[in-house]
Design a binder for this molecule. Structure first.
Ligand SMILES: Cc1cc2nc3c(=O)[nH]c(=O)nc-3n(C[C@H](O)[C@H](O)[C@H](O)COP(=O)(O)OP(=O)(O)OC[C@H]3O[C@@H](n4cnc5c(N)ncnc54)[C@H](O)[C@@H]3O)c2cc1C
Length: 386
């Protein structure tokens, strides 16, 4: 996989260009939007551009399976070049550094400045880190995925950490801990959670997860809020909890830094407030979806981001054509399938905890169906660097 570099066809450093539609981030909602546009025959206006740091969109649901050795990287990521080519979208491999919604301009990591008439933000979130860190251990956020993948590949192929921690008590943290055990057999593994594991789930499922973690030699520290890293120790306030060599952050969702100074309306946490039509509550020419959005009834998960996609596709098209917009209605519940790194998965159906290979095969089928549906085959000349 490629590292961050500017590879737009005509470099425009420090110059100003104003595409009619600018798409920031190749998140789940934008992928679904692209598929809907492909299926309906709609093509966005000429000059539309997508900014994404990587030439691939990684699918979070399969990342733990990748680290458990169950998938290759090429199965877990969608190449953006063929998708963009099919839709007539310019792919700019770069990162948004800042946004000024008052002047409709965006500055990228390369220094390029872009204006826009309409903007859609689907750049996701990042896991929060312990507020104090003296840099004595390697800290790897679970997102962005290319960096996590690189760190994990180095551990697996070169130097596995003797002691590895996973910060977080949700499904992503547990899946990653189980996956690390599958690929790093001799590493001492710990999970740290500020509350109980899977706090919203029924007791039966929580118990099954505790049993599984114990069977796989993973130590669990619940009710342990890690606030500091000091002298190779993770600490809860001033109390040393454990000595580590590396820590993976799967600690939930925090806003990206540049949301704060964007001028877009934000909630108390710093996520971008959106209406039911997925427009910014302060700037109607800016659409917000996925984890970046603060939207009543919607949660920070891939499942909810995917459901934003069709509404986003229709509403951006309608906005550009000056037609009425439709409303997004969040589903009340979402199916949670927790991959157990051995081909199996756990789930909760009507208060019953179900698990095993059959559930795992079901999860595989759902994940692979998503990938097949949103992938566009590479044409000769496309950048395929998997
Ligand atoms: C290990 C793990 C496993 C998970 N498993 C599941 C699961 O099984 N089911 C589920 O529902 N949820 C899961 N989640 C949560 C899920 O990943 C997120 O909720 C989901 O990815 C959010 O989607 P999104 O559409 O907001 O954008 P994302 O999918 O997060 O994508 C954001 C995109 O924007 C790009 N980007 C980021 N910053 C910038 C920038 N500054 N400029 C330009 N582009 C940028 C990124 O490279 C990425 O391509 C998991 C999370 C983790 C960490």
């Amino acid at each position: 996989m490629d590292s961050l570099q500017h590879t737009e066809d005509t470099p425009l450093r420090d110059s100003m260009t104003t595409p009619p539609l600018l798409l920031a981030g190749a998140g789940h909602a934008h992928l679904v939007m692209f598929r809907r546009w492909l299926d309906s025959g709609y093509r966005p206006p000429p000059g539309t551009a997508l900014i994404n740091p990587d030439r691939h969109a990684w699918y979070s649901g399969m990342m733990p399976g990748l680290m458990a050795g169950r998938y290759g990287a090429e199965q877990c990521a969608i190449a953006l070049a063929p998708l963009c080519r099919e839709l007539g979208i310019r792919l700019i491999q770069d990162v948004v550094r800042s946004l000024d919604a008052a002047s409709n301009t965006m500055r990228l990591g390369s220094g390029m400045v872009l204006g826009y008439q309409c903007l859609s933000i689907n750049t996701g979130s990042q896991p929060p880190a312990p507020p104090e860190d003296d840099g004595s251990i390697q800290v790897v956020p679970a997102k962005p995925f290319p960096a996590l993948h690189q760190a994990w590949s180095d551990w697996r192929d070169q130097a596995p950490p003797a002691r590895l921690g996973v910060l977080g008590g949700g499904a992503a943290a547990i899946e990653l801990a189980l996956a690390m055990r599958a690929s790093l057999a001799d590493t001492e593994l710990h999970v740290f959670s500020a509350s109980e594991l899977l706090a919203q789930q029924p007791f039966g499922l929580i118990q099954r997860v505790h049993e599984m973690l114990a069977e796989r030699r993973i130590s669990v520290h619940t009710q342990t809020r890690i606030t500091r890293i000091e002298h190779c120790h993770v600490m809860a306030e001033m109390r040393p909890i454990c000595q580590l060599d590396a820590l993976v952050l799967a600690s939930g969702a925090a806003p990206l830094h540049w949301y704060a100074d964007s001028g877009l309306a934000q909630d108390g946490q710093g996520f971008l407030c959106a209406t039911e039509t997925l427009q910014s509550t302060s700037h109607p020419n800016v659409f917000v979806s996925g984890d970046s959005a603060s939207l009543p009834g919607s949660k920070k998960s891939g499942v909810y981001s995917v459901r934003h996609g069709p509404v986003l596709a229709d509403n951006i098209q309608s906005f550009l054509q000056d037609r009425p917009l439709t409303r997004y209605q969040p589903q009340k519940k979402a199916l949670a399938l927790l991959a157990t790194a051995d081909g199996g998965a756990l789930t909760n159906v009507g208060g019953w905890t179900l698990g095993g290979r059959l559930i795992g095969r079901w999860k595989d089928w759902l994940d692979q169906r998503f990938m097949a549906r949103h992938r566009v085959e590479n044409a000769p000349g496309d950048d395929t660097d998997h």
